[in-house]
Design a protein around this ligand. Structure first.
Ligand code: ADP
Length: 478
């Protein structure tokens, strides 16, 4: 499959003619090629976005919303095709890919409506001869740099609000997963989005990123990816003082109190830990279970994990697909070996799964580690794999302290049936997102984002729209 980039409404290759390979993580086969673009193509994409900006931002929110709703509808109409494309390049089970397409479309749909409610204010003045108005205006040309773990949703939760607010955008998808992005571009044009409003550039991350931060027309960049790259981008953003939102790594604690509904907690742990083979920034990394219920929880969770079928994402009944690449596999193996070496007990899994010839060696058995400690890699670094480390705790105070003892602060989860504790712990957890008796908190209506080294800025909800607007204050002498 040969694919092209979208610049100023035209489908183009790299100036050099070079291409990057897109591989199926399950088999390592090359399934498509995408343009290997750099700074020059990025500059043209930014300039197309700048040209499209006045026309798009002058449209009414209602008119922009109609285009966006057509895009969301087209995504749902083509859900099966888009899901298969995603599984091909990313590896996740088809059921999850279908879910991601619906989730991705929901950001476009929600923003299409919310764009109509970007209200300004009339502020009571301190002087009889003045009136004070605030306006919410589009930021301008924006750029998005997105990761491979959610190839569609990580784009639409930036693109939807940006377009709905009247901004235009250049998107640089992850090199592993350009196909979902390109398919979105095709649907956007079909939906009637004017040329230049949404541009897609694939290829050399450093060259494309460098141009995005160098070009003065780019007024805001939204990035989802590793904390390591986020820090590099923050430095680059200082050049033009480019506005940023960063959604970076996480290390989510998952707490089960003694009064929890254990079945719900097991179901929640399964959902948050093994979705996308554990390759999400909000998946549970440290599971703390009250000593009084730990044995029972471990028994039930390992029992439920036995039922998780490992295999290629397009095979029937598969719940855990391949890891994205060989490095990811090495990291998971290293984390499990390190934990075992330091005394954790492997309750189930703890080994790769060999699917035989024709398949890459990137499948890892859902693994439950009992008795993780602070020195282990699993308690400090994101494993980004299907590994669930569990340990016990005695008191609420102790577990909140352990949960907060992390440089990250994206998502945290806990299960309790005590209403007072629910509020107390939700307030005490130093995280941007708290799932209280809920392991799947992400939704288009809610502000998603972190604190500490998990980044800043919010995506989704009213707050996610505000990221793409600037407040202007007009002091009106009368
Ligand atoms: P992950 O660990 O999930 O692959 P990364 O942070 O490495 O996360 O990548 C997320 C996105 O950031 C990808 O689109 C990648 O190409 C891009 N990226 C990586 N390094 C840079 C860089 N120096 N400048 C701009 N973008 C980058």
């Amino acid at each position: 499959m040969q694919t092209r980039n979208l610049i100023g409404g035209e489908w183009v290759g790299a100036d050099s003619g070079r291409e990057i390979q897109v591989r199926n993580p399950a088999t390592d086969e090359v399934v498509a090629m995408a343009p290997d673009c750099g700074a020059e193509e990025t500059r043209r994409a930014i300039e197309s976005a700048a040209q499209a900006l006045p026309g798009w931002s002058r449209q009414t929110a209602g008119d922009r919303g109609r285009v966006l709703r057509r895009l969301a509808d087209a995504m749902l109409r083509d859900q099966e095709r888009l899901a298969r494309l995603m599984t091909l390049e990313q590896g996740k089970p088809l059921g999850e890919a279908r879910g991601e397409i619906a989730y991705a479309a929901s950001f476009i749909d929600w923003a299409a409506e919310e764009g109509k409610r970007l209200y300004g204010e009339v502020v009571p003045s301190s002087s009889p001869g003045k009136r004070i108005l605030t306006l919410r205006q589009p930021v301008g040309v924006t750029a998005a740099i997105t990761p491979w773990n959610f190839p569609a949703a990580m784009i639409t939760r930036k693109l939807g609000p940006a377009l709905a607010c009247g901004c235009t955008m250049v998107v640089k998808p992850a090199e592993q997963t350009p196909l979902s992005a390109i398919a979105l571009g095709e649907l956007a044009l079909e939906a009637g989005l004017p040329a230049g409003c949404f541009n897609i550039v694939t290829g050399d991350a450093k060259a494309i990123g460098g141009e995005i931060f160098r070009h003065p027309a780019v007024r805001k960049v939204s990035f989802t990816g590793s904390t390591e790259v986020g820090k590099i981008l923050m430095k680059m953003a200082s050049e033009n003082v480019t506005r940023l939102s960063l959604e970076l790594g996480g290390h989510a604690p998952f707490i089960v109190f003694e009064d929890a509904d254990l079945d719900a907690a097991v179901e929640g742990a399964l959902a948050t830990k093994f979705r996308n083979a554990g390759q999400t920034c909000i998946c549970a990394n440290r599971i703390y279970v009250h000593a009084g219920v730990k044995e029972e929880f471990v028994r039930r969770l390992s029992g439920a994990m036995e039922g998780l079928k490992v295999g290629p994402g397009d095979a029937e009944g598969v719940r855990v697909g391949p890891l994205i690449d060989d490095d990811a596999m090495r990291k998971v193996r290293a984390h499990v070996e390190d934990a075992q070496g330091r005394g954790a007990r492997v309750v189930c899994g703890g080994r790769p799964v060999d699917l035989g010839s024709g398949f890459a060696k990137r499948f890892y058995a859902p693994t439950l580690l009992d008795g993780f400690t602070d020195e282990m890699l699993v308690s400090r670094e994101e494993t980004f794999g299907p590994v669930a480390p569990v340990r016990s705790f005695e008191t609420e105070e102790e577990v909140v302290r352990m949960a907060n003892d992390s440089p990250f602060g994206l998502a945290a989860y806990f299960y309790t049936r005590d209403a007072s504790r629910l509020m107390r712990v939700a307030e005490a957890l130093d995280y941007g997102i708290v799932g209280a008796n809920d392991a799947l908190p992400s939704t288009a209506q809610a502000p998603f984002g972190g604190v500490k080294q998990s980044g800043f800025g919010r995506e989704g909800g009213r707050q996610g729209m505000q990221e793409y607007t600037t407040v202007k204050y007009v002091s009106w002498g009368i």
